[in-house]
Ligand binder design. Structure first.
Ligand SMILES: [Zn+2]
Length: 336
């Protein structure tokens, strides 16, 4: 089993000086590599964008720096940064990597640990009974297929005013003055607190879900695509990406699966009969004219996501339950 823990460091001034010494070459390395890429674009820029092949002479393209070529060159930086890690094997853990991070309120070390003694858990195959479907949203942070919802804590909105005020305070100060530096630090601390609160919320929510001892089906997100729209602020606030990461880690440790499914059309499909029920974004209730199913829009999506995850098309499920219980389509829709 592989896991990671982050610890706060309390380094002595001398150690801080060391670590700062390590960071400096890394910063230069980053800027140098970035410049390398910009330079390539500059050098290969050409006025000609259309010409006959026989007349014009096009300059030879220079070697483009890529991720791999730059990575190969990293050994030269490592010579500049002599870091040695000594692994301990207390508690049966082997430290695989240690990452030092400087945050606004001090230093942190993240240890990636491997425990060879902990056996890998083999999760059972997801089925309708042992799986829970969740729909991520903006009004509610998430809604489960049984209709339970978790509200979004609007930390960001609440702290936004504070951030704005601090931002203004910075712009009033003279650049690089002592007061300016102090103001910047205050702002950074508010940002950090916000991030901590958000992560805490994600951990607690994920913990609750994992405690149900069920596999978790969720929509596959295209965070980047969503964040570019006007919903950006809310999307970043909700921080779905981080949440799903935490959820996946917690589930894995509990021997459970997280299943990402294609959410396309999940809000328009009826979880009772599988037929299309078109609705606009502001329609929060799902009323199916075909089977009479009437539930919350998000709960319906959660049910669709769940049925996609367990590989059971809604229509088939409905046929089966009709066949077994001999109920009408209407009834089957109510109790999927
Ligand atoms: Zn229906």
């Amino acid at each position: 089993m592989r896991t990671a823990y982050q610890y706060r460091l309390r380094p002595t001034p001398r150690q801080v000086a060391w670590m700062d010494g390590w960071l400096e070459p890394l910063r230069r390395q980053y800027n140098y590599r970035l410049a390398e890429r910009f330079r390539w674009w500059e050098q290969n820029r050409c006025d000609i964008h259309a010409c006959s092949l026989t007349v014009c002479h096009l300059p030879q393209l220079k070697d483009q720096p890529t991720f791999y070529s730059q990575k190969r060159d990293l050994v030269n930086t490592k010579v500049l940064v002599p870091v040695r890690a000594s692994g301990t094997e207390s508690l049966g853990f082997v430290i695989k990597t240690a990452t030092l991070t400087r945050k606004v309120d001090g230093w942190y070390v993240t240890l990636s640990l491997q425990a060879p003694s902990v056996p890998e858990l083999n999760p059972d195959t997801p089925a309708w009974e042992n799986t829970i479907g969740i729909d991520l949203g903006l009004d509610d942070f998430l809604v489960t297929d049984s209709g339970e919802s978790v509200k979004v804590p609007r930390h960001y909105r609440r702290t936004e005013k504070k951030l704005k005020r601090l931002q203004k305070a910075i712009s009033r100060q003279k650049k690089r003055s002592n007061r300016y530096k102090k103001a910047v630090k205050r702002l950074a601390k508010v940002h950090q607190k916000l991030a901590n609160q958000r992560r805490d919320f994600h951990h607690k929510t994920a913990h609750k879900l994992v405690q149900t001892r069920k596999h978790i089906a969720h929509e596959a997100l295209n965070i980047k695509g969503l964040a570019r729209t006007r919903l950006a602020k809310s999307v970043h606030d909700a921080g779905w990406g981080q949440f799903l990461q935490i959820l996946a880690a917690k589930a894995e440790r509990a021997g459970l699966l997280t299943i990402a499914v294609d959410p396309r059309g999940s809000s328009q499909e009826c979880s009772g009969c599988g037929r299309d029920v078109p609705k606009k974004l502001d329609e929060r209730w799902h009323d199916c004219p075909h089977c009479g199913l009437s539930i919350g829009r998000d709960q319906n999506s959660a049910l669709i996501i769940k049925s996609r995850a367990v590989g059971r098309p809604v229509l088939k499920a409905q046929e089966m339950s009709c066949y077994r219980a001999g109920v009408t389509v209407r009834e089957a829709g109510r109790s999927p």
